[in-house]
Design a protein around this ligand. Structure first.
Ligand SMILES: Cc1cc2nc3c(=O)[nH]c(=O)nc-3n(C[C@H](O)[C@H](O)[C@H](O)COP(=O)(O)OP(=O)(O)OC[C@H]3O[C@@H](n4cnc5c(N)ncnc54)[C@H](O)[C@@H]3O)c2cc1C
Length: 254
């Protein structure tokens, strides 16, 4: 079986969204972290960054649930609400993205070593424009336990296993590297699909701040990964569009 990847990478989807946003008079602010949400009478009135204060009638929080409490004032109702999701167990992985200057292995889409939770996908097999002609893009991933995330020695052991798998399945890979990028414990998804997590996923709207909505992959939408992100974003947009016109101005805080 093959796994599909987006032609041009995720960037092509973001660019399409940005074209729509700008065509409708919107602007995108990047590189700013929301440090705090200012609340008043059960509503969010502004998102505060290091250099700006953004006021809006509606806000969409897409922070991973583990990080979200930090932007609410301590001991506030919103802080207490966000903290109930901070303990949701996420999925982490050690990832290596490898761009090869030549074809290292032909006629292979992916290898999933189920016993050791190691995943190797030649993204450019199904989506050739992800690599220059004649080259290949390989994504190698070792799923991590919470113990491995927290312990440098265990993490290194996982990296050694991942590299051993590269040696096994992609002979000669080292000599073909044109680009390499390693992420040591990246969050793959905000909420691991476990029975315990499914009982406490993040809802559409905040109970303590009426104009604060949530989107992202820890939302209570019965789909997977980025499907949850897109479906929850559409749900939020529909909910905001259904509110009176005077309340439609929106700020996305992540
Ligand atoms: C290696 C890897 C491979 C994956 N492969 C697939 C796949 O094949 N298919 C698939 O469907 N999904 C895949 N996923 C999962 C998918 O990428 C995620 O589900 C998706 O990106 C989650 O989107 P999100 O908006 O919920 O969260 P994120 O993408 O984590 O976005 C949250 C954003 O909030 C920002 N942020 C955090 N704090 C603040 C703050 N205080 N102020 C402002 N911004 C803030 C962060 O910088 C980040 O940009 C993969 C993920 C990884 C890491």
């Amino acid at each position: 079986d093959a796994v599909g990847y987006m032609s041009g990478g995720f960037r092509s989807m973001y660019d399409a969204f940005l074209d729509e946003l700008r065509a409708h008079g919107g602007t995108l602010v990047t590189g700013e972290r929301v440090e705090r949400l200012e609340t008043e009478d059960g509503r969010v009135v502004a998102a505060i960054t290091a250099s700006e204060r953004y006021e809006a009638d509606a806000f969409v929080c897409t922070l991973p649930p583990q990080d979200a409490p930090a932007i609410a004032r301590e001991r506030s109702d919103l802080r207490a609400e966000l903290e109930q999701w901070a303990g949701i167990e996420d999925v982490r992985a050690l990832c290596m993205d490898l761009g090869f200057s030549r074809e290292v292995r032909a006629n292979l889409a992916l290898v999933f070593e189920i016993e050791r939770d190691l995943y190797y996908s030649i993204h450019s097999f199904t989506t050739p424009d992800l690599a220059p002609a004649g080259g290949q893009l390989l994504h190698a991933m070792a799923y991590l336990s919470p113990e491995e995330v927290a312990n440098a020695e265990l993490l290194q052991r996982r990296k050694d296993e991942l590299v051993a798998g590269l040696d096994l399945h992609f002979a000669g890979w080292r000599d073909a590297i044109a680009v390499e990028r390693t992420l040591s414990a990246v969050r793959v998804v905000g909420a691991r699909q476990t029975p315990a997590n499914r009982k406490r996923l993040v809802p559409l709207r905040s109970a303590s701040a009426a104009n604060l909505y949530f989107a992202g992959d820890a939302r209570d939408v019965p789909l997977n990964l980025s499907q949850i992100v897109l479906a929850s974003a559409i749900e939020v947009a529909d909910a905001i569009a259904a509110t009176p016109a005077s309340l439609r101005e929106t700020t996305t805080v992540a």
